[in-house]
Write a protein that binds this ligand. Structure first.
Ligand SMILES: *Cc1c(COP(=O)(O)O)cnc(C)c1O
Length: 229
């Protein structure tokens, strides 16, 4: 046994508890298994347990692993994306969660047009205004969302954030509340029915994120254990 089965069970129970506690429907919450640094055999084990949405944060790692993973997986890019790498990833993922600038969005739009596809994206928000993090600042969300709506080959599907690293998940509750309010505000003010995703919550804080409205949680360590870099 590699523990993935038992760990996943615990994660699922905690997701269900958090949904229950906040009166939310479990079917509204998608678990993304974060597979960075994890070997293909262990990833396939997770897939066999029914987790079919996987997230990687590096383009090269995603591309080299993808052929080794069971078909039918929906891949998400969740980490920083350089403009010159957009062309490699654009037809390999169903969602680019980490769009943090208009320049990047324009590049995605351009590459999507070449391939005659519409690329789904999330806008990454730097909710705690951390110097070390990427993302649009909260004040610029509506302006950026309006600009993104002008691009015909991308579809803005919601917001994503990486909250501060904290010892106790309660410490991030206010940031998740803020994210939810920004998400609701954007849904009201931007004429776009595709905005249905709020991606927030990782191993250390996903229960609180769900209580505050996350529709997508991204979990690595909680499933696979500590990563070896
Ligand atoms: C690594 C990573 C995660 C998962 O983090 P864990 O703490 O291992 O659950 C989630 N989101 C992003 C963007 C990441 O890079």
């Amino acid at each position: 046994m590699d523990g993935i089965d038992a760990n996943l069970q615990i994660v699922k129970e905690r997701i269900a508890e958090a949904a229950d506690k906040s009166g939310r429907d479990l079917s509204d919450i998608t678990l993304i298994g974060v597979t960075k640094t994890i070997e293909p055999e262990r990833i396939n084990r997770l897939v066999s347990l029914g987790v079919t949405n996987l997230g990687e944060n590096r383009v090269q790692e995603l591309l080299s692993k993808q052929p080794l993973i069971e078909a039918g997986v929906k891949w998400h890019l969740i980490g920083n994306l350089q403009k010159n790498k957009v062309k490699y990833i654009i037809d390999k993922v169903i969602l680019i969660q980490s769009v943090e600038s208009m320049e990047l969005a324009k590049q995605i739009d351009k590459e999507a047009e070449k391939r005659r596809i519409i690329m789904d994206i999330l806008m990454e928000v730097n909710i705690a205004d951390e110097a070390t993090k990427h993302g649009v600042t909260p004040n610029n969300i509506l302006k950026t969302a309006n600009e993104l709506s002008q691009l015909n080959n991308i579809r803005l599907c919601g917001l994503m954030t990486v909250a501060p690293f904290v010892e106790k998940q309660e410490a991030n509750r206010d940031y998740f509340k803020k994210m939810f309010n920004l998400y609701v505000d954007m849904r009201e003010k931007i004429d776009n029915n595709d905005i249905t995703i709020l991606s927030m919550g990782m191993t250390g804080d996903f229960a609180v994120a769900i209580e505050e409205g996350a529709t997508m949680v991204r979990i690595g360590t909680g499933i696979f254990g500590e990563r070896n870099y």
